[in-house]
Design a protein around this ligand. Sequence first.
Ligand SMILES: [Zn+2]
Ligand SMILES: [Zn+2]
Length: 329
Amino acid sequence: MKAMRLLARGAPLATCEVRLPPPEGEQLLIGVEACGVCRTDLHLVDDELPGIGTPITPGHEIVGTVLAAGTAARFRIGDRVGVPWLAWTCGVCEYCRGGRENLCPQARFTGYTTDGGYAQQVLAEARYCLPLPAAVPAAELAPLLCAGLIGYRAYRAAGRAARLGLYGFGAAAHLIAQVARHEGVRVFAFTRAGDARAQRFASELGAEWAGGSDEQPPELLDAAILFAPVGELIPAALASVRPAGRVVCAGIHMSDVPSFPYRLLWGERSVTSVANLTRADGAEFMALAARLGLRARVERFPLAEANMALERLRSGALEGAAVLEMPAS
Ligand SMILES: [Zn+2]
Ligand SMILES: [Zn+2]
């Protein structure tokens, strides 16, 4: 089967022919239909994450069909499944036992420490896969598996906000804006300064105000989520939230945070991050997405054009999410 792989740190992805072993135990062999392109994949290719081992196949927003299952796997051949970022956890550490398997120090991650979905096939542990509806186009479902799911973890971490700021209006924000509007939350979107197209996109999805991240919103917010990997946005967001407001950083990597005056944090404002996801997050969010009929706005690319999709994401040219579609053979 074909895969687009990182063969050396900092190199562009290369087309490879890979042979996978048959699934064992709780593993599934999955025929990939579509795989979303996440900003984390860009951080991987740009060598911005710790401990990158090569070769590795990126991709952790995988929608596919079970082709073969190990003897202990809980899915059947032909089932449609999703493979998210969390690939495996130890099950015995204090985090795993305390309902925080997202923080398991032994955790493995799809497309980072285990091979992911920029490929025609992938092996995954059935216990970490999510059942998916067969009727929805795979490409529109794929971005839900990270942008949606980890975006939703950040949304919950923001607390009950009546006025929510979203910094960086890409794949995650365009999904979370839809969830927030559904729950009656007022959405304020912050884009790169002067990006009128992204601001229009945010307004289309229900943001009542859209402006540059260098601007102040028309009123103080209850919480803000940072999806853009830019450290300067932390003081900017703190200046936009009311006393006791929360600022949630949703990405795996961010440029250094500049120093800022303490008065921005004063007033019981807080800054936190969300890391990874738990299987419970996956089940909760996918059920919500099904109730809402949540779909991603996507730009489709054939697998062979993975490098171009990453470049479009890097340049901020995408509206919504990039998704790779797999060739049949
Ligand atoms: Zn991701
Ligand atoms: Zn653990």
